[in-house]
Write a protein that binds this ligand. Structure first.
Ligand SMILES: *Cc1c(COP(=O)(O)O)cnc(C)c1O
Length: 384
């Protein structure tokens, strides 16, 4: 079905930060399959483990113990400070699990119609519940009736949260991205997550962080919430970069939220199978051994300052936003034509909203590739 307006190019192979089309033309990939291939393409560690697993055992179902899943859960809990994990196959599914946890939590408090607070500008996925939680009308239009049980407030604004709290009964949880991705790479003010954490504590809500895009070392910490010292959410979702291209999602929970989904309460046939867990182990190995969190920070600074010195005086750019390798470049004019012009110059980027160029390059890029990315982007924008 034509659910995507695709660009007229098809890639045959990739290596590191580069993709090659059928004629062998190279493209520098500043998008990595939308924050998925954080280690770059055809990563040796992932490739070896996935090939070996395919020749050993791919799938058994969750009716049996899966040691690779248990050990992956332990590693993710160790990294995040969370207590347990539900594995699934995508970001939307991870958020569905979070939504179910919040509702179960509400019901256990004796609230029959629990409400989840969500944000303006939010993106949480395309299933019926997650598109309801998403703020974009284009994503919802035509799919009504939407799922009940959500109320929306301003992102990054504690006064708005307090006002909504006053006006709304039965809120049991808040679902929020630490940095809004699809809305145009928006960071809330410093201290926002901490204030939300305190507000949740005071009102007995669950703090649920959607780190589907910000997770897996992209912003310079394994999870973006870890930029705030000592802060812990109750529920945490991730997907995208966790398998470097092998589909896997995870919903992590801590404390009271960790006990909400018992046997039979939720499930997934594929979720956390041996192939997906093997790939995610290889991703964690590579992030650890390559110190890729620090690398994301350094590369992000290099790319942002490169763009600044190449373009900031040119009146083409309004603002450069982001953290680590999650970068938004807000243009002074509309982004129409930018993506095809970059493609012509062998650079893969995408645009969100009307004015923001989004960069989500590989954490394994070298400095020369980062500089090449900046040069090609500057060339593209100057030509328009
Ligand atoms: C991409 C994304 C999702 C949805 O993930 P899918 O794997 O496409 O279902 C959810 N939340 C955020 C923040 C995302 O960036």
């Amino acid at each position: 079905m034509p659910t995507y307006a695709r660009l007229p190019v098809s890639f045959e192979r990739g290596t590191g930060a580069w993709l090659y089309d059928q004629d062998g033309n190279p493209y520098l990939d500043a998008l990595t399959g939308i924050a998925v291939c954080g280690l770059g393409h055809a990563h040796e560690g992932v490739q070896k483990v996935v090939a070996k697993q395919a020749g050993t055992l791919l799938h058994t179902s969750n009716l049996y113990e899966i040691d690779l899943q248990t050990s992956l859960a332990a590693r993710l809990c160790e990294i995040s400070g969370m207590d347990n994990v539900f594995f699934c196959n995508s970001g939307a599914e991870a958020n569905e699990a979070a939504i179910k946890i919040a509702r179960m939590y509400g019901h256990k408090l004796g609230i029959d119609n629990p409400i989840i607070l969500v944000m303006r500008g939010a993106f949480h996925g395309r299933t019926l519940a997650t598109l309801t939680a998403t703020a974009n009308r284009k994503i919802q239009a035509g799919f009504e009736p939407l799922v009940p049980g959500f109320v929306r407030t301003e992102f990054g604004d504690m006064d708005a949260v307090r006002a909504t709290t006053k006006n709304t009964k039965n809120i049991v949880a808040v679902l929020v991205e630490p940095i809004q991705g699809e809305a145009g790479i928006h960071q809330p003010p410093t201290g926002y997550l901490r204030a939300l954490r305190d507000h949740c504590e005071a009102h007995n809500w669950l703090l649920m962080l959607d780190e589907v895009q910000t997770g897996n070392a992209r912003t310079g910490r394994y999870f973006a919430f870890q930029h705030e010292r000592g802060l812990l959410p109750d529920v945490l979702t991730t997907a995208k970069g966790l398998g470097n291209g092998v589909p896997i999602g995870a919903c992590l929970a801590a404390g009271k939220a960790a006990g909400m989904l018992g046997a039979g309460a939720h499930g997934s046939t594929f979720g956390g199978n041996l192939l997906a867990c093997a790939a995610a182990h290889a991703v964690l190995d590579a992030i650890e051994s390559g110190d890729l969190e620090a690398r994301a920070t350094a590369l992000g600074k290099r790319i942002r300052s490169g763009i600044e010195s190449a373009l900031l005086g040119s009146n083409r750019i309004k603002e450069i936003r982001g953290l680590g390798l999650m970068i938004g470049v807000e243009l002074a004019a509309e982004t129409k034509g930018v993506v095809p012009a970059a493609l012509e110059r062998g650079l893969l980027i995408n645009c969100i909203g009307d004015r923001v160029v989004r960069l989500l390059p590989a954490l394994t890029m070298n400095d020369e590739e980062a500089d090449e990315l900046v040069a090609r982007l500057a060339d593209t924008l100057k030509a328009l």
